[in-house]
Design a protein around this ligand. Structure first.
Ligand code: 5BU
Length: 250
């Protein structure tokens, strides 16, 4: 089934998924940028510069060396200005009680500023219960070489998502893994050319991910953030990804 993002917004029970599908459709972007920088101001400046190009901005708040409690509010203001969602790639992986505390409490207070978070399914369904007030992506597959998240494990993630459509809005995966159109597929490990880094990351191309593998959103980090002109590079990825999406559903 080849459906537009707009059509799919009416086929999900998840309010954040509905809004994200609509946003992608209106803003014409299915690009998520991973801003893996270690200084808050650099992150906020890049978010402001690249914001017009993306639908989702992905953070790893625990790599910031100068985090201050106003970070979330500042990022939220930029997200509102440019209309994008904030995805904290926290990869929760503990029992329900602990992940609930990690999501709401501690230094980062993730629940206050992140629209989307993700979780491993290793602990079983309790992790979804513990994060039931979050908008959750399940890690069904990973881009790294030798990942054990495959086969039965991936299928289990899909089953868990389908049982919890009001909490789970989609997946981190390498390809389309659920036939239910309400779930959004996010794929990391994307570059303009296939390849790998020196620490196990594997890259597929934009077209491979969106056309051949039928994913929805590409997550791109260093190839944009370390480019000489990040905005120009982001615009290029945005264009390639949107063209690939249009081709995939036509
Ligand atoms: P890169 O610079 O494009 O390689 O960054 C990829 C980002 O996506 C980085 O923040 C990773 O933590 C994140 N990522 C990933 O690369 N692969 C995965 O399977 C998952 C997350 Br889950």
């Amino acid at each position: 089934m080849k459906l537009s993002f707009l059509k799919r917004s009416s086929l999900t029970l998840h309010p954040t998924a509905q809004k994200l599908f609509k946003l992608m459709s209106e803003k014409k972007t299915n690009l998520c940028i991973a801003l893996d920088v270690t200084e808050q101001n650099q992150l906020l400046e890049m978010a402001d510069e690249l914001g017009p190009e993306l639908c989702v901005l992905k953070t790893h708040v625990d790599i910031l060396k100068d985090f201050t409690p106003d970070f979330g509010d500042k990022l939220k203001q930029i997200a509102k200005k440019h209309r994008f969602f904030i995805f904290e790639d926290r990869k929760f992986a503990d029992i329900g009680q602990t992940v609930s505390l990690q999501y709401h409490k501690g230094i980062y207070q993730i629940a206050k500023w992140a629209d989307i978070v993700n979780a491993h399914i290793v602990p079983g369904p309790g992790i979804i219960e513990g994060l039931k007030d979050a908008s959750l992506l399940l890690l069904a597959e990973m881009s790294s070489a030798g990942t054990v998240a495959k086969g039965t494990y991936t299928r289990k993630a899909v089953l868990l998502a389908e049982k919890n459509p009001k909490t789970v809005m989609g997946f981190i995966c390498l390809k389309k893994i659920s036939q239910k159109p309400g779930f959004i597929h996010f794929t990391p490990g994307v570059k303009l050319k296939r390849g790998k880094d020196s620490l196990g990351q594997r890259y597929r191309t934009v077209e491979e991910v969106l056309i051949k593998n039928q994913s929805d959103i590409i997550i791109v980090g260093r190839d944009i953030t370390t480019a000489q002109k990040p905005l120009k590079q982001a615009a290029l990825y945005r264009e390639r990804a949107w063209e690939a999406h249009v081709q995939a559903i036509s």
